[in-house]
Write a protein that binds this ligand. Sequence first.
Ligand code: PLP
Length: 390
Amino acid sequence: MPASATLAIDAKAKALQEAGADVISFGTGEPDFPTPARIVEAAVAACRDPKSHHYTPTAGLPALREAIAQKTQRDSGYAVVASQVLVTNGAKHALGNAFATLLDPGDEVLITAPYWTTYPESVVLAGGVPVIVPTDEASGFTTTPEQLATFASDRTKVLLFVSPSNPTGTVCSRKAMAEIGRTAAERGWWVVTDEIYEHLVYDGAKQHSLPVVVPELAERCIVVNGVSKTFAMTGWRVGWMIGPQPVIAAATNLQSQETSNVSNVAQFAALAALSDDTDSVMAMHEAFDRRRRRIHALLNEIPGVTCTNPLGAFYAFPSLIGVLGRSLRGRRARSTLELAEIVLDEVNVAFVPGEAFGAPGYARFSYALSDDDLERGISRFAALVAEAKD
Ligand code: PLP
């Protein structure tokens, strides 16, 4: 099993930083903000209360499961009950639980590329077979029922769906979502839908929830979500999966043998996050939106670089194909993997090469970093490219 490619580049950049280098990293997949104070305070109070020094039920604190059910109704219009919720160690764990619960050995999972690196590995870990469905920039990195049909087989069990997308920032339209969801429902596929970036949409883009758009899918749908991205809580490790009760019961049994409950204190923090004070979330959203517009403009000014307008999450996903093969301080990158190394070595700027997402020629630039670092980092990269010789 390979290490997560996105974490690998981040680790290299952090090691260089610790060694004293002025590295600017666009590699990271987490907000640069601290967790809002009221959430931290709730955790401090939980820490001080001996009642939260013990196990909770494996599936989570009853109050948190209830709050997640209510939040799902409030934000997505999806009516679920607390017994359909399993609280997990982050959304990543929810995905792992979902695949382990749904898949028999050899079952196939359709995953569109560019994909978040964990999806295929998580399927493999569960004994399944990832089937990669390539999409391109021209289609806005979205698939169609016709395309899915060409990659489906009688072993297709699950379709992995994500909007807004990591790494492309694509937000799927309601119409495209309805077509994809109906295809899954007609063919009897399960859908695992990842909504972790639900609140991070911009330019008037609307986020929809698949089982709301296609209600007939609800009986074979797992919604994955969590507090990591919306509330700057990546380190607290609280996510969840929502699905039909038998699946949640099976996944809870699995989790009870693997990890038991999520940290009791972290669950109290998540409970506070889900109460409806959204001021701090809105402030973060505003900052992300400003940086999104800036990075999109700056990248498109670099000769050889083109970048579509990302409408969601906090990633820009430019094509760097026009930079490949050119001489950069005597080194020629034949792939974005090599280009990422050259750029890190030469100008101390880190980004994640598209190879990590099944999309060579592209790269993921996270804009979850300060405005100042964003400007400095992109101008260093632009200056290096400006030196390029054929
Ligand atoms: N899903 C997507 C699309 C992500 O980008 C990430 C994190 O990068 C996750 C899930 C995992 O989130 P968590 O930190 O809650 O495990």
